[in-house]
Design a protein around this ligand. Sequence first.
Ligand code: GDP
Length: 196
Amino acid sequence: MRLEVTFKGSFPSLWKMPEGNLPQFAFIGRSNVGKSSLINMLTDRKKIAKVSKQPGKTQLINLFEVDEKWILVDLPGYGYAKESKKKRKNWEVMVNTYLKEAPVLHLAFVLIDSNIPPQQIDLDFINWLGTNGIPFSLVFTKTDRLVARKTAKNVEAFCEALLADWESLPPYFLASSISRAGRDEILSYIVSLDDQ
Ligand code: GDP
């Protein structure tokens, strides 16, 4: 699947973003979860989203238009330990406002590292989305790293932790920006929602 991707700019807040009717699909996760790599993999561009070696650096919302049909929203990551209180607050206001108020947000993909056991910060973020009625799916990243059995164990543990708070699980995907696993599934899912 070859996509037409156009960078539409970086914005400090929802209110500065250009208006438009195309449905938006947002990507978010803990710093270093593999978000930039996933966006590059999905869009088939080597450097469209910066694969940063300095987590927590980008504090802007990046927009990419795909096939003139939908907008990929690259939201800055959370949970970078060395971040100042002020920067964390700025992040919270920018991201929470976008997620709660964006009129054309269809879905947020929350990225979860499949190499580690469930992290409270991810569960808290997902619970926040749920309480605010924001539709989301999960993408487990870096699935090439561990043997399949260990990845499956982490995914299962995460799902179980979610089921402690929620009655059912959202759709989820297993992805790797190296093996390109999950690409077709995620893109087909976006197109299927977009067509509704
Ligand atoms: P971001 O901070 O969430 O945007 O994460 P990056 O995309 O910058 O990735 C963080 C680190 O994880 C980098 O060193 C990447 O090379 C590595 N990484 C990202 N995705 C994958 C993946 O699918 N497999 C493996 N093995 N490493 C990955």
